[in-house]
Design a protein around this ligand. Sequence first.
Ligand SMILES: O=C(O)CCC(=O)C(=O)O
Ligand SMILES: [Fe+2]
Length: 393
Amino acid sequence: MATATQSITLPYVQEKETGESLEWADLASLDLSKFDQPGGKQELAKELTRAIGEVGFFYVINHGLSPEDIDTQFAIGASTLSLTDEEKTPYRAALEKGDYNGWKPAGTRDLIPGVKDNFEIYNIPKFNGHHAERKHPAPVTQHLDTIEKFSKHIHDHIVTKLLVIFALALELDDENWLVNRHRYDQESGDHLRYMKYYHRTPEENEKLGGVWLKGHSDMGSLTLLFRQPVAALQVLGKDGSWKWVRPQPDALTVNIADALQFLTSQSCLLLSVLERTLDDELTYLKDGFLKSSIHRVVAPPKDQAHIDRLGVLYMVRIEDDIDLLPIQESPVLQRLGLIGEKVLGDDGKPVKAGEWVKQRVIRNLGANTGSGKGDNEEAEVEIIKGVKTTYYN
Ligand SMILES: O=C(O)CCC(=O)C(=O)O
Ligand SMILES: [Fe+2]
């Protein structure tokens, strides 16, 4: 049994991939080794533009993190989450106040009446000096330097490049437009996440229709998923069908999240996502140039059904103080007619990135809203100032 003084076990042994043939999503791969070559980032921007026309998920290869770097994070995550609930309780996240850093226990939410969620999380905020006082359980404290190095590599060498590629895809004169709004030393909800889904009984899976985390969009700018051999993640395609996201051992899986959609769409998230499944190219474009991808987590295939599924993720968030309004300077958005109307809340003011994240944490991760329904039965939830978010079956 784990104890508070336990360290980590290396090498970390990853689960075996599924042998079942599933309907996998066909996703583009961006090769970051091209970034510094002449014309490389422009080429990547073209590839990204093609990729996002399909679905808001893509792979990133040659990201500069070795399999050992990533496995070390899995090992720290495994040790942290296998501490007893009693040991983790002092680090519980203040979800009810909209703070997502620290520990989210499993079972904080009803999925349907009588069946609770089965995932727990440990979130570690970015190392920008604002969170230096935060206490962590032993496996995190003992490896904090390694975690800091990992987090900073992600920001400096992966996120920064991706944000330049996005700015070029938006044809912005200033290729650092997005980088300058995602500064590491500023306040934003960027964090590294260890996440574990406990396997469920066939009876529970049947009650839930196999859905462990209902179709949703993420709150920030981008979500990075590290090596995940256990199939369970699915993405909603333009045609309204769910496809499995194939775990790639050497690639990061990246998805676009709410803030980038707010910055590149005319209509607010609710209006836009309702149209999401219409097979109409124009509607799809109006929906936003960058679409916050809709994805869900379902019970893994039979040969992986017994596994407690551990994940390592990095959530990229725009600075808290940024207004979530379409980027006026983008020629692409101008051509697509996506900058005309500003999305304002009920009070006539734009929604700020930090408020959006905070209210989504309170409403989506704190206690259930009190409608008496479980998360799997909610179709939409108002987040802030009349702006809502939608959930998908
Ligand atoms: O576990 C996964 O693969 C995805 C998790 C997810 O969608 C989330 O935490 O928002
Ligand atoms: Fe998600």
